[in-house]
Every structure is written in C-alpha cells, then in structure tokens.
Write a protein that binds this ligand. Structure first.
Ligand code: GTR
Length: 430
C-alpha cells in the first residue's frame, strides 16, 4: 500500500513538472516577507564605471539598459518601418454636445501578404488650436469608451465578456459605452485636451497566438513565432502606440509636442515601454501597471515574474521566463524602465486595494529612478516612504495611491490632467 502511494506521488510529481504545473509559492502580501534585495544601480555601467552626467547617461548607460530590457524582458521590436496608409473613415463636428470634434482614422499596414488595420478614435476640444492630447489603448474596442453612437465597432477579435454582452469573440452594439467610467471624455475635452484611443487587440489580440496581429507582418521566411529575444504582445502594443504617435505628428489639429501617453494595467506596462522607447511622448503615465510595469520585480510582492509568465506566456519575450523565481538574476529592474523616460515627466498611479500590483513597489521604482532625473536637474520622488492615500505628489515624477481597487477612476484622471497642466505650463514659461 505504502509503495503504491509513493509510486502515485512520484508519477504526479513528474507529471506536474513535465507540464509546468509545479506548485508556485504563495502570493506574498506581507511587507515583512519581502526578500532582501539589491537593485541594479542605474548610475553605474556594468563594468562599474559611474555615470556622472546627463550626457553619459544618454550616450553610455541608457542604450545599454534599453538593450537589456529588449533582450531579457519585452523583446526587440522589428527594426524596419512599414509605410502606413491613413484613411479618414468618419468625422464629426459636434461630439459630446458640441464640446469636441471626432475623427476615426484607419491606420493600415501591409507586408508579406499580411494586413493590419488599426482604428484610431480621436476627440479634440473645440476652440483649441493644435490641442494637447492624451493617448491610451482600450481593452474592448473604441465603442466601449463612450455612448457616442457614431463610434465604429471594432472588427478585431475580442475576448468574450458576459457583462459586456460580448460573445463569439466579436464586438456588438451591447458593448457600446460599457467602459465609460474609465474614460471621462467630456472632462478631458473641457480641460482643453484631446483623447486618442485604439483597441489594443487591433494591434495584437491578447491571446497566446502569434499567428494573428502585427507579428506575422515581420516574420522572416518560415518563422511562425517570435524568437527568444523578440517582441511579445506588450512589445506589439508598444509598437502600436508608436504608430499612433506617427499619425499624430502629421495631424495639423494636434500639438505633437504635447502628447501624454496613459495606460492602465497591462496597457500601463505597454505605455511605460513605449514611453521609454519613444521620446516623442512628452509625458508618460502608468496606472496600476504592477509586475512588468512600474513595480519592482525583486520585491516579488503580489504578482511575480513566474506568475505573470505562467498566466500570460505571450506578453514578454521568451528569455524573460528564465527569471521565473529568479528575480535577483535580472540585469535590470523596473526603476530603470522609469529612468529610461527621463528627463520627460512620468506619473505612477497606484490603488490602495490593488495589492496584486504592489503599490509600494510602484512607488519605489519612482524613488529609485530619481537619481537619473536629478542628472537633468529634474525633481523625482525624494521621500523613501510613499505618501498617504489620496495625497498625490506632483514633481517631475508624480505619484498617487488612491482609495479603491484596480481601475481607472475620475480621481486618477484629475491627477493626470493636473500633472500635465503643470508640466506644460512650466515648459511654456521657460
Ligand atoms: C492581471 C495581470 C496583471 C494586470 C491585469 C490587467 O490579470 O495579472 O499583470 O495586467 O491583469 O491588465 O488588468
């Protein structure tokens, strides 16, 4: 009997390992159980040489960090550019009771017999010449962010969601306006900003499948998935954000020098990566981006590298899986992702009940990016302790932790708008 039980246990053990079902450690939400760690120093080159100036940062350290993030984490984006085709599908002059105008632009690419069509929805405030604009990807289609009946339904693959009336992986009228609470468009317009948004699945559907979305447009002969150091889905969404910027740069109604990139959660990870790679984004905002976003990986608090790579194997590059359970071996940590955005202002928003995203780890990334901002004479987060709940700090790095859970609330937008106002005013006064 005893022998039989042992044999069964052995078989189960081997089976679980073979299929990657090995038990993961418990999720840690206890600050006292955060492992001791040493963060890689953004102001030292790997050979130990210190970085003394903004120039040395830009020319020596920064490119080396970009390579590490590319190679070990998000994967390299394709080097070559494809020429986009822009088609104005629809325009409206009186959106939001006359507060703004609306444009719906198709951004299309073709390569190797494959096509990608991405639909950009833009609202611009009336009476503002060359408006500053917030850019943010959305989770279920442009039609979900507003009740505006003119907004074109996405035709891309969408995850089913009973609450949103989405079945058969296709958007329909029932999903119109289901995410208005995250997108206070009228308030954004009243504040003098435009909003440009796109469904992230237009760029790459969020599933572990590399035959759809943008990836196949760049495959070499015979390739059917990215190589170990090539872009996953987050890299693809970041690529899409850069293509949105390409479009905005040639739209005469937009002030391309004042474009603010905002992303929530997985799209906050993509926003940080895009903002790090693309200096045309003037301000970058991460909302509850957590693991693989603003949160320090080495803290292994809430979501860990192993958990994220297991639940979402397609998000990062294959090389990142080497760090499952081995955060200390990462050559980089997320404070250095924040630092890559310097000297441009960056805002990190957390939520008190979103412990999965490690609000303290998100704050500490801002603190530990601050020495890089200081090289540029910019003010980061000085206090090693996070501010109290609902007490935002707005320096060149901004941070707040609001009450409530994993979401985008009016409170968050109020901070984002105030932060952008202050930064843009400071630039104008110089
Ligand atoms: C969770 C994931 C997080 C975050 C979130 C979201 O399931 O673990 O990393 O990205 O999804 O995007 O809402």
């Amino acid at each position: 009997m005893n022998v039989l039980i042992r044999v069964i246990c052995l078989i189960l053990f081997l089976f679980s390992h073979r299929y990657g079902m090995a038990q993961q450690p418990q999720v840690n939400y206890d600050e006292s159980k955060v492992p001791e760690y040493t963060l890689p120093d953004p102001l030292h080159l790997p050979d130990g040489h210190p970085v003394h100036s903004a120039n040395e940062w830009m020319n020596d350290r920064r490119p080396q960090l970009v390579r590490s993030f590319e190679h070990e984490m998000y994967g390299k984006m394709p080097g070559r550019q494809l020429t986009p085709t822009y088609t104005m599908l629809e325009e409206g002059n009186a959106a939001f009771a006359g507060l703004g105008t609306r444009k719906q632009v198709e951004i299309a690419f073709e390569n190797q017999g494959r096509q990608l069509k991405m639909l950009l929805l833009i609202y611009l405030p009336k009476g503002v010449d060359r408006a500053p604009v917030f850019v943010g990807l959305n989770f279920y289609g442009n039609q979900t962010i507003t009740q505006d009946p003119q907004v074109i339904l996405t035709s891309s693959w969408v995850p089913n969601n009973d609450n949103f009336g989405i079945d058969a992986n296709a958007a329909n009228e029932a999903s119109r306006g289901v995410r208005v609470s995250r997108w206070p468009v009228a308030d954004i317009l009243r504040a003098g900003y435009g909003l440009a948004t796109m469904y992230y699945g237009d760029i790459d559907p969020d599933r572990d499948d590399f035959t759809d979305g943008v990836h196949p447009l760049f495959y070499q002969n015979g390739q059917s998935r990215p190589k170990d150091d090539e872009w996953g889905a987050i890299g693809a969404w970041a690529w899409g954000l850069m293509r949105i910027m390409d479009y905005l740069q040639q739209d005469p109604d937009v002030d391309a020098d004042r474009v603010v990139l905002m992303g929530h959660s997985r799209l906050g990870k993509a926003a940080l990566w895009a903002g790090a790679m693309d200096p045309r984004y003037a301000i970058v905002i991460s909302n509850d981006s957590g693991c693989g976003g603003a949160a320090i990986s080495r803290r292994a608090f809430g979501e860990t590298v192993q958990r994220i790579n297991t639940a979402f194997p397609h998000w990062f590059c294959t090389n990142f899986k080497r760090y499952n359970g081995h955060e200390a071996d990462l050559p980089v940590d997320q404070h250095e992702l924040i630092a890559l955005i310097a000297p441009r202002p960056v805002y990190i928003a957390s939520a008190e009940d979103d412990q999965w995203a490690d609000p303290t780890g998100e704050y500490l990334a801002g603190v530990n990016a601050s020495p890089v901002y200081a090289l540029f004479g910019k003010m980061g987060l000085q206090d090693p302790r996070p501010p109290a709940v609902n007490q935002p700090v707005h320096y060149d790095i901004g941070y707040h932790r609001r009450t409530g859970g994993h979401d985008v609330k009016m409170y968050d937008w109020q901070q984002f708008i105030a932060f952008a106002d202050r930064q843009f005013r400071a630039v104008r006064q110089r």
